[in-house]
Design a protein around this ligand. Structure first.
Ligand code: CIZ
Ligand code: SF4
Length: 355
């Protein structure tokens, strides 16, 4: 849909008025009407680094979801203000791991006598206090591009190390099993809604990967049946999916990788090639529009946008920008200093990983 011309003009005017004091970051899953005003686009990892590379920008308007704005706040200077145009833009996956639940799980692991060998690793898609928990307990953050390197690092931290992987069970399982040679039996799932995670002390002791029971509501919808259906329908289709998809989907795919990997793969693909893509729909539609010479289809029968990403729309962006022009900072995301300190430890361990 075309954006409201009045709002487009107002966003443009506000950006111009703020000049280099403003830096607008746009996640790949954002709406077109918002992405057109982004100074840079990227996945959560790239955007966090981009934000850190602009120490001169007073205002960083983050068009994405809450955990990403928190990471930007952690990685930028104390005088820089990070703004999330709609505070309701959360992430259902990040919300599946609450700090109190994770502390309870850790206590249970202490009780089972295994905590000394557990290294916690959290996916970028988690709240700042979960990242801080990992920082305090000898662990690190990872992204979908470096999950394997981060897990190799974690397993090398201690003799007989186990990894507690938060909050996305699929990324953890797919990385351990498909990239690192662990078996499905090496993985157990900790369910925060069950007594003792739903696991016996013996199961905990035998596991190599303790996967938190979280998932992405968008990527979790893709199914192995639709992969089969599209392969039957489109000759030579290549299936390209994000590692947040279920194990059975990733196993059936031709290529698996982060959002940035998906974009690069499509950019490099020859004209006339056919692709079924399993990631958020705003991005898949944008790729299809940008590459009319390639046959690009969505790996689902129905639409599936990330509803919280979509909360950032042009009216919210204009509202945030016009307030800044008027000298009012709205919706600032500020991580408290103690959480920030430990989250930064976990983020730094990731940034120090071999590339
Ligand atoms: O699913 C998401 O939200 C992803 C892949 C975020 C990101 O950019 O890492
Ligand atoms: Fe969270 Fe999934 Fe939306 Fe990403 S796509 S913000 S992981 S719910």
């Amino acid at each position: 849909a075309a954006s409201d011309p009045d709002l487009v003009a107002r966003a443009r005017a506000a950006k111009e008025a703020l000049g280099s004091r403003l830096f607008v970051l746009g996640h790949h899953y954002q709406r077109d009407e918002v992405i057109q005003f982004a100074d840079v686009t990227g996945d959560s990892f790239k955007l966090a680094r981009d934000a850190a590379a602009r120490p001169d920008a007073e205002y960083i308007v983050f068009c994405g979801v809450h955990f990403m704005a928190e990471s930007a706040d952690i990685l930028t200077g104390p005088d820089q203000k990070v703004i999330l145009p709609d505070l309701a833009a959360g992430c259902s996956m990040a919300d599946m791991a609450r700090i109190a639940q994770v502390e309870d799980a850790w206590d249970a692991m202490v009780e089972a006598g295994i905590a000394d060998s557990v290294v916690p690793v959290t996916y970028m898609n988690s709240s700042a206090d979960i990242k801080a928990f990992c920082g305090r307990n000898g662990g690190a953050v990872c992204t979908s591009s470096n999950a394997q390197v981060a897990l190799e690092w974690a397993f090398a931290q201690k003799p007989d190390a186990k990894v507690l992987f938060l909050p996305d069970q699929h990324l953890g399982r797919n990385t351990a099993v498909l990239q690192m040679g662990y078996s499905l039996d090496d993985c157990v799932v900790w369910d925060p809604h069950k007594q003792n995670g739903g696991l016996t002390a013996e199961e905990l002791r035998d596991a190599k990967m303790i996967l938190w029971r979280g998932h992405c509501s968008v990527h979790g919808r893709f199914s192995a049946e639709v992969v089969d259906e599209l392969r039957a329908k489109i000759p030579d289709v290549q299936v390209l999916v994000h590692p947040e998809c279920k194990h059975e989907v990733v196993t059936k795919a031709d290529l698996v990788g982060s959002t940035e990997f998906i974009i690069k793969t499509i950019e490099a693909a020859p004209a006339g090639s056919s692709w079924a893509i399993g990631t958020e729909l705003n991005l898949v539609q944008r790729l299809a529009d940008a590459h009319p010479d390639k046959n690009i289809v969505f790996l689902d029968r129905t639409v599936c946008y990330c509803s919280t990403m979509n909360r950032i729309d042009l009216p919210h962006l204009v509202w945030a920008l016009e307030n800044l022009v008027a000298g009012t900072v709205v919706n600032q995301i500020q991580v408290d200093p103690e959480t920030e300190k430990w989250a930064l430890v976990a983020l730094q361990r990731m940034l120090d990983l071999p590339a």
